[in-house]
Ligand binder design. Structure first.
Ligand code: GLA
Length: 718
């Protein structure tokens, strides 16, 4: 048996096809497939990196041997990845390999149906900097008449291990990214989102499978998978017996049948995979690195400290109010001011959330001199300026809807079901005219304000009123997909025109947190819930797949507007500092002492910003462990600097602070510790030195006495 080595590291360009085993290698991992002409390709192995000779071991061990892209209708009785109705009505498909090739980092396995001119390319891209393998498929209709894709998944992963556990994330408004960890038992586990637009608010499209039992943060073999798609998706994990697990992930197959005309192709979204022996943390770090290196827009640049006007003044924006907020954040050391909702609307003024979406002209009652005057006021203070828009939406009370009722997602014969404010509607982005209009919103803002630095792009409604007056009757089932293909076109055009614009992704909080969006966005709003205690949970879950540099985390007022909880300013800052720090309150509501504290915190954050935003995250103690504590740390790439955070969010008699075991340090190095504004009288570690080995193995007793006590310790190699 010959072995073909396809690697991100040492790749021969365009290799001829004549082999049985294909290795897709990243520096630390191997995905091995067997690929024989005239046969279906099979996954044989996914795990730590194999040497070429080890292909024999995989076969001798009788490992996985599972169909790499199972199609419906012939000999597969399990879950399938592809289901097609051919031009003659035949619903069965039988894919066999016709060849394979590698070009650069990409491996392509070419397949076709044995009897029909339906062609499917199974693609794998091995990322040499991050150990992430991306997989997707390209489906081409070579038949003489249209074919209907009923199910068209992105990719498949097969694993063999009894006692495996699944980690997945779910939530709703204000409680995004809730984490559930459970054993994978026989049957089918389905993670799905049908929202249409806001597809990460409930279930999320990322999972981890821990192969060594209950998931651990920094040990054990774990596979991570993220479907990179902005629309409806479905992840299926089928478990046969106790140990055969097959993950199939792709665009949701409900109400999304897609017709391909002769000659047309469909490229599925990407499924990103990684494998680590360093527990869930290893998977997270691989995804974070992959994100910073190649996915997140501008993933290597530091993010600015901003003040967003929403929780400070809600829709009561005016020149004067904004200038007060600008003065406040400038005084604290911030770098950017963002005016949120409420600045627009002429005929219908945006005084409440029931009108004016779609009318992106300044409300001249609130802002007589328009946005240019706000930009100037910010620049006069040495701040950059940003603005909120919700460009995919309209209110029925808007000039836009009056002019273009046919532009909203709707079925013409039915009464409209409306969202926020009982008036909100979704624009039909499958329509190129609507795409042009959405692009023009950003173009106009930027042309009128050439130094506009930042946009918060919001989306606060699900797709109701299923139907499109743009799509023809026989293509109505394309809407869930074509909406997003239209959105991608819009975002690509905006990015082409304005690559330097910082754009935040927001969707009623974290309702769109998915890797499919990240190439267009610099960061995302983690949640509308800014309560520091609940944020520990939301941020913990979110950090499993998304890098902290992209996680917008704002210090807000106390009592908190969502939960009413009263939490000290230090704790609120310490929680927000583990991502992209910002503020969302009136700085003038802080008293003198608090203002002084906030100045110090902002200055300190600037010092640790490169470590937090560009370093590696090690989650240490989970808030989900029910111990009332939480901790995590960040380590820079050469392990010369780190910063450790710990929090206590419960308090009862007899509650002992755990011993803190650090992670990710150089065991041989000596580190000096410096506490940031430590409020604890005992066990202060200011200026003390320890070896990395001691800190990781033996750990330290940094006590936390009161509820909402927190500590931040900076480490520097000496
Ligand atoms: C959504 C966002 C908030 C804020 C409001 C404005 O809820 O998540 O941050 O921008 O809209 O209406």
């Amino acid at each position: 048996m010959k072995t073909l080595l396809l690697s991100a590291l040492a790749l021969p360009l365009s290799q001829a096809a004549a082999a049985d085993d294909v290795f897709v290698n990243t520096p630390k991992t191997t995905l091995m497939l067997s690929v024989d002409k005239g046969q279906t390709p099979a996954i044989q192995y996914y795990g730590s990196r194999l040497s070429p000779g080890q292909g024999r071991e995989v076969h001798d061990a009788m490992s996985i041997n599972s169909d790499a892209y199972p199609a419906f209708g012939r000999d597969s009785f399990d879950e399938t990845a592809l289901s097609v109705t051919h031009a003659d009505g035949n619903m069965s498909t039988e894919l066999v390999v016709t060849g394979w090739r590698t070009e650069g980092e990409q491996t392509t396995i070419e397949m076709r149906d044995k009897k029909y001119d339906l062609f499917v390319d199974l693609c794998y891209k091995a990322n040499d900097r991050s150990d992430v393998i991306e997989t997707w498929t390209v489906i081409r209709n070579g038949e003489k008449k249209p074919v209907r894709l009923e199910q068209y998944a992105s990719g498949v992963m097969a694993l063999r291990q009894e006692g495996a556990w699944l980690t997945h994330f779910h939530g709703s408004w204000g409680q995004e990214a809730g984490m559930t960890e459970e054993p994978l038992t026989a049957g089918l586990k389905v993670i799905v989102n049908h929202d249409g637009v806001r597809t990460a608010m409930d279930d999320r499209a990322e999972v981890m499978v821990s192969l060594d039992g209950r998931p651990q943060e920094n040990s054990g073999r774990v596979v991570g998978a993220a479907l990179c798609w902005t629309g409806n998706y479905k992840l299926r994990i089928e478990t046969r017996g106790k140990y055969q697990h097959t993950l199939i992930a792709g665009i949701d197959d409900l109400h999304t049948a897609y017709t391909l005309k002769p000659g047309e192709t469909f490229t599925t979204p990407t499924l990103a995979l990684t494998y680590s022996e360093e527990g869930k943390g290893g998977v997270s770090r691989a995804f974070h690195r992959w994100g910073r290196e190649s996915q997140l827009h501008n993933g290597k640049a530091l993010r600015e400290i901003l003040l967003n006007s929403w929780e400070g003044v809600y829709m009561n924006v005016s020149q004067e109010v904004c200038e007060q907020l600008m003065d406040g954040i400038k005084d604290l050391g911030g770098e950017l001011f963002v005016v949120d909702d409420g600045w627009f609307g002429r005929k219908y003024r945006r005084t409440y959330d029931d009108k004016a979406l779609g009318d992106w002209m300044t409300d001249t009652v609130k802002l007589p001199k328009g946005i240019p005057a706000l930009v100037k006021a910010a620049e006069d203070r040495g701040l950059k300026f940003g603005i909120w828009i919700e460009p995919e939406m309209a209110n029925s009370t808007s000039e836009l809807f009056e002019a273009h009722p046919e532009w909203v997602v709707a079925h013409p014969t039915r009464e409209l079901s409306k969202g926020r404010g009982d008036t909100q509607l979704v624009l039909d982005l499958s329509n190129p005219k609507v795409q042009d209009y959405v692009v023009s919103i950003v173009d106009n803002l930027r042309k009128e304000n050439p130094t506009l630095h930042y946009i918060k792009w919001d989306c606060n409604m699900s797709m109701q009123n299923y139907g499109s007056s743009y799509l023809t009757a026989d293509r109505q089932s394309h809407l869930f997909v074509d909406y997003h293909l239209g959105l991608h076109k819009v975002l690509q055009r905006i990015r082409q025109a304005w690559p330097d614009l910082v754009i935040q992704l927001c969707s009623s909080g974290g309702g769109r947190v998915n890797w499919g969006f990240m190439p267009y966005f610099d960061e995302f709003w983690v949640s509308d819930n800014t309560d520091a205690q609940q944020r520990l949970f939301i941020q913990w879950g979110t950090s499993h797949f998304f890098p902290t540099m992209a996680m917008a985390q704002h210090v807000s007022a106390s009592p908190n507007h969502q939960t009413g909880r009263v939490i000290p300013l230090k704790f609120r800052f310490d929680v927000a500092m583990t991502g992209r720090l910002g503020m969302e309150m009136k700085p003038s509501d802080l008293n003198g002492e608090e203002r002084e504290y906030a100045r110090k915190a902002v200055a300190f954050y600037k010092e640790i910003r490169p470590i937090v935003q560009l370093g590696d995250l090690y989650r240490l103690l989970s808030p989900y462990d029910n111990k009332g504590f939480c901790s995590e740390m960040f380590v820079n790439e050469d392990k010369s600097e780190a910063v450790f955070f710990c929090y206590k969010f419960e308090n009862y008699i007899g509650m002992e602070t755990p011993r803190w075991h650090f992670a990710g340090l150089d065991p041989k190095a000596t580190y000096r510790l410096n506490e940031f504004e430590c409020a604890e009288s005992s066990h202060n570690f200011e200026g003390k030195t320890f070896s990395g080995k001691f800190l990781m193995e033996t750990g330290i007793d940094a006590t936390l006495r009161r509820q909402y006590a927190s500590r931040v310790i900076r480490l520097k190699r000496i």
